[in-house]
Ligand binder design. Structure first.
Ligand SMILES: Cc1cc2nc3c(=O)[nH]c(=O)nc-3n(C[C@H](O)[C@H](O)[C@H](O)COP(=O)(O)O)c2cc1C
Length: 366
C-alpha cells in the first residue's frame, strides 16, 4: 500500500488543508512565563515546511488564575503571549501550513513541580483530582460562567490572529473531561448528574460560547478521550448509544470535527465491530473525525513516558481504515515530534529514512 490517499486536500467551512496529516497537540513547556518565543514559531514552522496539513498546537491555557500547573506552558491570553502566537501563525502560514491552537484548562491537577503554584487553588467540578481524592476547589456557577467566557475570548483571539481553526481540549482527565467523568463530577446542580449527557452541560455551553464568539464559518475541533491520566482504563461511553448521547449534543452546539484520542488507533471501541473511536464518532454524529494513537510507531505514548523506545511501523492498517472512510484526518504525535519531515518522507515513500521515538527527543525543541 502507498500513503497517497492521505495526501488529498481537505476542506471544511473556511478550513483548507493540503493533506490529511495533523500534528497532534503536544505540550513542550518551552514558553517561559507563558510566552511562546521565536524558537516555538520555528519549531511549528519546520512541521509546516515538512508538509503537515494541520498543526494543532500544544495545549495553551485560557485566562483563569489556575488554568495551568506549569509556568512554561504557553498562555493564550495577555499581550505578550498573543504577540508570540501571532508570530507563530505568521511563520506557519509563510511556510505553507495551517494551524489551530489547542485551548486548555487543566482543571484540578497535581502541581508539575514543588516550587511553583498558580496564584489560586486548582478548580474543577467537585474538588476531586482523582476518584475520592480532593486536590482543589469546587467551581461556583460564577467560576463556570467566567471559564466559559475565557474559552470564548481565547477562540475569538485565535480567529483575530489568523489561526485557521481552534481545538478545545475536552480529553485526558483535564477540566472539561473532569465534568464528563462521574468520579470527578459529583455536583448536584445542573452541571452534574447521573448521565453523561447531564454532565456534558458545561462542555455544551462552552462550545456554544466559542461558536458565538467565532461565527458560523470558523472550524471548531473538539478533542475527546475515554481514557484519563487518572485511569487509563476509564470509559465514559460503554455503548454506541451512550456515545451518541454524549457527542451529538456537542455537534449540535457547534463542534465541526471530533478528535478522538486513543493510545492505539487500531483498537476497536465496542465489541462486535472493528471500528475505532474516530470511526464511531463519525458514524454517530455525521461529522468529520480525526484518529490518533501510535500511528507509524511500534509502541504507545504512555509506554514511551515509561522509557520504552518506539520503532517506525507500517501504515497499512491505518490506510485500510482510512480508505474505508472511517475517519477524515490522521493525527501523529511522537513521530512528528521526533522528525519534522515525517509527513514529507511518507509522501515521497522515503520509508527507510523514518525515525523512531525515544524520550531524549523531548529535551529539545528541534
Ligand atoms: C510529549 C507529549 C505531550 C502531549 N501533550 C498533549 C497536550 O498538550 N494535549 C493533548 O491533547 N494531548 C497531548 N499529548 C497526547 C498526544 O496528542 C497524542 O494523542 C499521543 O501522543 C498519541 O499519539 P502518538 O502515539 O502519535 O504519539 C501529548 C503527548 C506527548 C508525547
Amino acid at each position: 500500500m502507498t500513503a497517497h490517499q492521505l495526501f488529498q486536500p481537505f476542506r471544511l467551512k473556511s478550513l483548507q488543508l493540503k493533506n490529511r496529516i495533523v500534528m497532534a497537540p503536544m505540550t513542550r513547556s518551552f514558553s517561559p512565563g507563558g510566552v511562546p518565543a521565536a524558537n516555538v514559531a520555528d519549531y511549528y514552522g519546520r512541521r509546516a515546511t515538512g508538509e503537515v496539513g494541520l498543526i494543532i498546537s500544544e495545549g495553551t491555557v485560557v485566562n483563569r488564575p489556575a488554568s495551568s500547573n506549569d509556568p512554561d506552558v504557553p498562555h493564550f491570553f495577555g499581550a505578550k503571549p498573543l504577540l508570540g502566537w501571532k508570530a507563530v501563525i505568521d511563520k506557519v502560514h509563510s511556510d505553507g501550513g495551517a494551524m489551530a491552537p489547542q485551548l486548555w484548562h487543566m482543571g484540578i491537577v497535581a502541581p508539575k513541580n514543588a516550587s511553583w503554584r498558580p496564584p489560586a487553588p486548582f478548580e474543577g467540578p467537585s474538588g476531586y483530582v482523582a476518584p475520592g481524592k480532593i486536590g482543589g476547589v469546587a467551581m461556583t456557577e460564577k467560576n463556570i460562567a467566567d471559564t466559559i467566557s475565557a474559552f470564548a475570548e481565547a477562540a475569538a483571539q485565535a480567529k483575530a490572529l489568523g489561526f485557521d481553526a481552534v481545538e478545545i481540549h475536552g480529553a485526558h482527565g483535564y477540566l472539561i473531561d473532569q465534568f464528563f467523568w462521574h468520579p470527578t463530577n459529583q455536583r448536584t446542580d445542573g452541571y452534574g448528574g447521573v448521565t453523561l449527557a447531564a454532565r456534558s452541560r458545561f462542555a455544551v455551553e462552552l462550545v456554544q460560547a466559542v461558536r458565538r464568539a467565532t461565527g458560523p464559518e470558523f472550524p471548531i475541533c473538539f478533542r475527546v478521550s475515554q481514557w484519563k491520566l487518572q485511569d487509563y482504563t476509564a470509559r465514559l461511553a460503554t455503548t454506541p448509544d451512550e456515545m451518541k448521547a454524549w457527542l451529538v449534543p456537542l455537534g449540535q452546539a457547534g463542534v465541526d470535527i471530533f478528535h478522538c484520542s486513543q493510545r492505539r488507533f487500531w483498537e476497536p471501541e465496542f465489541p462486535g465491530s472493528d471500528l475505532n473511536f474516530a470511526g464511531w464518532a463519525r458514524k454517530l454524529t455525521g461529522k468529520p473525525s480525526i484518529t490518533v494513537g501510535s500511528v507509524g510507531l511500534s509502541g504507545d505514548f504512555i509506554a514511551a513516558f515509561q522509557g520504552e523506545a518506539s520503532r517506525p511501523s507500517s501504515l497499512d492498517e491505518l490506510l485500510r481504515r482510512f480508505d474505508r472512510g472511517d475517519f477524515d484526518l490522521v493525527a501523529v504525535g511522537r513521530a512528528l515530534l521526533a522528525d519534522a519531515d515525517w509527513a514529507r518522507k511518507i509522501n515521497e515513500g522515503r520509508l527507510a529514512e523514518l525515525r523512531g521515538f525515544s524520550q531524549e527527543a523531548l529535551a529539545t525543541l528541534s
